[in-house]
Design a protein around this ligand. Structure first.
Ligand SMILES: [Zn+2]
Length: 262
C-alpha cells in the first residue's frame, strides 16, 4: 500500500495527529491530507462512493448524504478518473477484439461506410466516435477511443495489450489481417454469423459489452465528447467489477483514491 507521504520531503513515515491531520516523522511538517484532492472526509467519500456505485444520480447522492452538489460532482469526476486508470494491463489466453461506434443510431459501421453516407447526407454521421475493445474469456474488458479503425490504429494497441501467442478472435475486418504475422493465433468469425457460436471462435462477449455501454450512454441522454473517455472508463470499470459486491467496490476505489492523494 502506497498511502500518504509528506508533501515537503516525501517521507512516508507519519504520525496521525488531532483532527485528521498527519505529521511527518522526518521534518515534523503538519498538514491535513486531502483525499482525492477534495476537502471531503473519508467517511463522506465512503458515502458518496456507495451511492454512486449503486448507480444513483448526483442529485440523489446530494439528497441522501447532505453533501454539497459542488463536492459530489467533483468527487464523482475524481472517481471516474480513478476508474479509467484501473483497467487490466495485459491480456493472454483467448481474447476477443472488436470495434464499434458511439453517438448515434447507425451501429457497427466502419468509418469508410460512414464517410460515404456523410458525403451523400451532408455531414450526417460524421461525428461518430470509434471505440476499440479487448475482452478475455474471464469477462474483463479494455476499451479505448480511437481516431479510426484501420490496422495502424488498432494493431499497436493489440501488440501492447495482448501477449504474443494468445488466441485472438475477431471479425473479418481488414485491420485484423496482420495478427498472425505478429505472432498471434488468429481466428475469425464472419459478420452476420455472430449468432452462430462456432466453438470458441466468437466475439459475443464484446458484443455484449458494446450493448451495455450503449444502453448506459443512451440512458445518460448523451455525453459531451470531452467527457467521453471518463464515462467510457466508468462503464468499463463497472462492467469489469459487476460481480464484486458494492462494499468491496467502494473499498477498492477508496484505496486507489488514497494511494493517489498527497
Ligand atoms: Zn516531511
Amino acid at each position: 500500500m502506497k498511502g500518504y507521504s509528506c508533501p515537503r520531503c516525501q517521507n512516508r513515515h507519519l504520525y496521525s495527529v488531532r483532527r485528521g491531520k498527519k505529521r511527518c516523522k522526518n521534518c515534523l511538517y503538519e498538514w491535513k491530507p486531502k483525499l482525492g484532492g477534495l476537502g471531503l472526509t473519508r467517511r463522506n467519500w465512503y458515502k458518496v462512493l456507495l451511492w454512486f456505485l449503486l448507480g444513483h444520480s448526483i442529485k440523489t447522492i446530494c439528497r441522501q448524504t447532505g453533501i454539497s452538489h459542488y463536492s459530489v460532482e467533483k468527487a464523482v469526476m475524481v472517481t471516474r478518473k480513478v476508474m479509467a486508470r484501473d483497467v487490466p494491463r495485459v491480456f493472454s489466453g483467448t481474447v476477443e477484439v472488436d470495434e464499434t461506434y458511439l453517438g448515434g443510431q447507425k451501429k457497427n459501421k466502419r468509418k469508410n461506410q460512414l464517410r460515404k453516407e456523410a458525403e451523400s447526407k451532408r455531414g450526417f454521421g460524421t461525428t461518430k466516435q470509434p471505440v476499440f475493445g479487448i475482452l478475455t474469456r474471464h469477462g474483463k474488458v479494455f476499451a479505448k477511443l480511437v481516431d479510426d479503425t484501420e490496422a495502424i490504429d488498432l494493431l499497436p494497441i493489440i501488440t501492447r495489450r495482448v501477449k504474443v501467442g494468445s488466441r485472438i478472435c475477431s471479425d473479418t475486418w481488414r485491420a485484423y489481417t496482420g495478427l498472425a504475422a505478429k505472432g498471434y493465433v488468429h481466428r475469425t468469425v464472419k459478420h452476420g454469423e455472430r449468432e452462430y457460436v462456432r466453438g470458441k471462435n466468437h466475439i459475443n462477449g464484446l458484443e455484449g459489452f458494446w450493448g451495455y455501454l450503449k444502453r448506459k450512454l443512451a440512458a445518460k441522454g448523451g455525453v459531451r465528447r470531452k467527457y467521453l473517455p471518463l464515462f467510457l472508463g466508468e462503464y468499463v470499470w463497472r462492467y469489469n467489477y459487476r460481480n464484486m459486491d458494492t462494499e468491496k467496490q467502494v473499498k477498492r476505489i477508496l484505496k486507489k483514491i488514497t494511494d493517489s492523494s498527497g
